[in-house]
Design a protein around this ligand. Sequence first.
Ligand code: ADP
Ligand code: NI
Length: 216
Amino acid sequence: MEQQSILEAAEQLARAELGGDTSGHDWWHVYRVARMAERLAKQEGANVFLCVLAALLHDVADEKLNPSKEAGLLKVSSWLNGQALSEADNAHVMEIISTMSYNAGKNPPMRTIEGRVVQDADRLDAIGAIAIARCFTYAGWKGDPMYDPSLAPRNGMTPKEYREGRNTAINHFYEKLLKLKDRINTPAAKQIADERHKYMEAYLSQFMQEWEGTDS
Ligand code: ADP
Ligand code: NI
């Protein structure tokens, strides 16, 4: 019962903090990550309560929504300190949300099964049909075009040239979304990621054909 009321309070916090966001970190992203974390936790034998709690809190500390990453993490840790939670669980949730971000695939692997589950749940929301919508929404929010063949990464482009060029929503597929399926931790999530990945590939193929008017 206590766990249920902690989850309800975490949901309220996430709704309050993220409700109005239009950059891809809205409450419904958190909702999907929490549902997926629950499903994966059950399949992988992870602690369901901790996975759902970390999923609900994972974007409250995001540096895009706070003055700094540290300020965001402090907000979550002071909130956790006010909950009826053991020291160990408190520290575990903080560890998960402070280390799970994509960071161009450079962060070390998550230490615990709960961390691997929550990270997978977050990554799965960036693969598939909803991910396509999030990507175009984000690009629109940033002011990037959806596609521009002259901005596509060219062979021989240095990473610096690439970073300094203007990005497009379609480029983001190649930069990140299509790489995610190989960065999934758990077998349960890998199966879902593979299906969603195929869907994105089919989408890109159709997109390019329509662009040139060559679709059947
Ligand atoms: P996360 O919170 O999972 O680390 P981000 O903050 O990087 O993700 O992005 C939130 C959403 O917006 C994701 O679906 C991501 O793929 C998408 N996104 C991030 N950067 C870009 C970009 N430059 N162009 C288009 N979509 C983007
Ligand atoms: Ni997220």
